[in-house]
Design a protein around this ligand. Structure first.
Ligand SMILES: C[S@@+](CC[C@H](N)C(=O)[O-])C[C@H]1O[C@@H](n2cnc3c(N)ncnc32)[C@H](O)[C@@H]1O
Length: 214
């Protein structure tokens, strides 16, 4: 399953799915066609992606099921929805979008895929009364992705869980293990080229931490 398919599948059976930063609306179209999502809102800050989204939606005969809204985050979204997807953006941007609309995301299912700074995103969720209920690690076109599913609730995460993902750490999927094994292999391949004692020590500590995960 590729990244878009997995995101769409996680929204299964939603009544109204909101995709913020929908780009070409590929996730929403898949969610409606394959995963029993009844209606959706395709939203993006830029008009270019929304034009492409509109074309794709029309080509799939889904104009009666998908509303298109130009919006910075959720600022122009006044419609009701039960599931929110924000994917393919940096962790800080996703956190800022969520933080700007805290009242709108309460009690919604959040499906989040940050391509960096996932610590920041998990910290935001745990500090703002959201519970991480599922996590997925996948490779798509050789690139590693993590998807976080959260909903309103409490979770007290350790520093290590914030860094690596509470569920990912527990489940140790083969993708998660590969990601950290590759990092360990890389450290092994360069460790003897590091002359600075402190830098070498830090790299070895990093390796120990990765070893503890897999
Ligand atoms: C790299 S694309 C990711 C597209 C898709 N969500 C995915 O996962 O493949 C990021 C999209 O987010 C949009 N975007 C960036 N900042 C945004 C914001 N503040 N609010 C809404 N959309 C935003 C961009 O215009 C772009 O279409």
């Amino acid at each position: 399953m590729d990244r878009i398919e997995l995101l769409a599948s996680l929204a299964k059976d939603s009544n109204v799915l909101l995709d913020v930063g929908c780009d070409h609306a590929l996730t929403i179209i898949k969610a409606i066609k394959n995963y029993n999502v009844k209606k959706a809102i395709a939203s993006d800050i830029s008009i270019g992606p929304l034009m492409a989204a509109k074309k794709n939606i029309e080509n799939n005969n889904l104009i009666d099921k998908i509303k298109i809204i130009q919006s910075d985050g959720l600022k122009n979204i006044n419609e009701d929805f039960d599931t929110l997807i924000i994917s393919g953006m940096g962790g800080y941007l996703i956190k800022d979008i969520l933080n700007d609309s805290l009242n709108k995301i309460k009690n919604k299912l959040l499906i989040l895929e940050a391509n960096n700074n996932r610590y920041i995103l998990r910290k935001f969720l745990s500090d703002n009364n959201f519970k991480i209920i599922d996590e997925y690690a996948i490779y798509d076109n050789l690139k590693y992705y993590e998807i976080i599913v959260a909903k309103t609730g409490n979770c007290n995460l350790t520093e290590k869980e914030l860094k690596y993902g509470p569920i990912l750490m527990k489940e140790k999927s083969k993708e998660f293990i590969k990601f950290y094994q590759d990092k360990i292999n890389f450290i092994d391949s360069i460790i003897n080229t590091i002359n600075d004692r402190n830098k070498k020590k830090l790299k070895l500590e990093e390796k120990e931490e990765y070893l503890s995960l897999i």
